[in-house]
Design a protein around this ligand. Sequence first.
Ligand SMILES: Nc1ncnc2c1ncn2[C@@H]1O[C@H](COP(=O)(O)OP(=O)(O)OP(=O)(O)O)[C@@H](O)[C@H]1O
Length: 237
Amino acid sequence: MHKPEVRVKELGKQIKNQLLVDDISFELEAGHVLAVCGGNGAGKSTLLRMLAGILRPTSGEIRVNNLRWAQDRKRYADQIGYMPDDYQFSQGLTAEETLLFWASLRKLPKQRVQEVLEMVGLDKQKHKRVTTFSKGMRQRILFAQAMLAKPALLIMDEPTNGLDPFWMQEFVHLLSEIKQVGHMVVFSTHQLEVANDIADQVLFMNQGRNVGEGTTTAIREQYGSLHAAFHQSLGLK
Ligand SMILES: Nc1ncnc2c1ncn2[C@@H]1O[C@H](COP(=O)(O)OP(=O)(O)OP(=O)(O)O)[C@@H](O)[C@H]1O
């Protein structure tokens, strides 16, 4: 058993008197993928934004490779790649210019932009404006952006929204390569089949809480499928 590199303990986020995330704990080892599954408003994005260090928890603790955001923001942030569920791209910038801008913020070499453009299959469209891109192409740019710095922990909010079947397959393939070199991944999804294809572990959320968790292998053995387990966790037949 490897040592867990991500440790989330009793994490909570309260805004006014609403608990958006309530007492979430999990651990993740190097090279493992966690899918956070749940319906609309379950608290998935809030959890992911806290992991990414862009939203401050009101309780609990997050450690990534033993670094805590509150203690060492710069080193914590250097380990994270974050793909938001939506993004307002700058008008007028091409795909390449957009990625060059993000790379410059992290002081990364230009060559890395070319590598990630090829990784997401947008090399030929790199001179097109991102605002003219389809939803799936914008998702691929956001994925490329998150991978720019080869982060120890890749956090993705609904990464497969808008991907066509070909890119869905490619995405599964890319994530398996990312895993093999020891990166960790936490992603949210409504689509349990995506979790089934990619994840080693799942966390089911409802109303901010953990309503079920485990390795995908153990869940499939116990319930037959992730769908059956998820329905049961919500108290549905
Ligand atoms: N800044 C905020 N202030 C108050 N309530 C918020 C805020 N952000 C989110 N919420 C509420 O917190 C709950 C969880 O939202 P969140 O976006 O984390 O859910 P989600 O699981 O990602 O949903 P979806 O799948 O629809 O994106 C929702 O009820 C939402 O309305």
